[in-house]
Design a protein around this ligand. Sequence first.
Ligand code: DC
Length: 239
Amino acid sequence: MLKREKVRIIAIDGPASSGKSTTARLVAGRLGYLYLDTGAMYRAITLKALRAGVDLDDEKALEKLARDSTLRMNFENEQPMVFLNGEEVTSQIRSPEVSDSVSKVSAYPGVRGAMVALQREFASDIVGSASGGKEGGIVAEGRDIGTVVFPGAEVKIFLTCDLKERTKRRYLELESQGISRSPDEIRENLSKRDEIDSNRENSPLLEAEEAVVVDTTNLTIQEQVEEVLRCLNSDLEVT
Ligand code: DC
């Protein structure tokens, strides 16, 4: 069991709507760590490309667009906010249009290279280098966090969840935002994204060898958070 003080990076990976964001956000809040939603970064780049009318088959143009973007991820009052070139786009990046295109955009190595560099920069601002002596920690979630972005993360979690339950969660999430999509459309989008995210050549969705696998299908949010905190030798109470 790891001592909480020794854990600087917690990596949470898994497919869409498996509970990564809620779990990672709450764990970060409990520990006072930064929450980094890397999917939000790929979504912000996709939003920018859609707005600019960039051809989604044009890898070079998308890579340039990614490199020329300024992304800021805030986590004040435990509320994650995403800024793209200074504009707050937290809710726009969750639109069905962005969800339909993000797997395609995020599969390009050039786009990934730009985002991974930024993710490591965010982390080094918080945790510093091994000898940097900084005190903070980070909970990062995505598809390749434990395998590629932070292979040295002290805790690695891989969340799974069956497609029916993920469809239900996504349906309720969209409904709460006033967006109406049929369960069939949602299921279709999730399985298409699973397929692209898992089979792309560059950094596919994959369990890190040492990852603790947690199936969230029948877990409450509280239980998911407890499962992650259990991996740290923490005496923190989950509230
Ligand atoms: O977690 P999410 O559903 O918001 O992620 C949106 C997309 O971004 C997802 O379909 C694949 C991509 N993604 C990725 O390729 N690598 C990450 N680390 C995070 C997300």
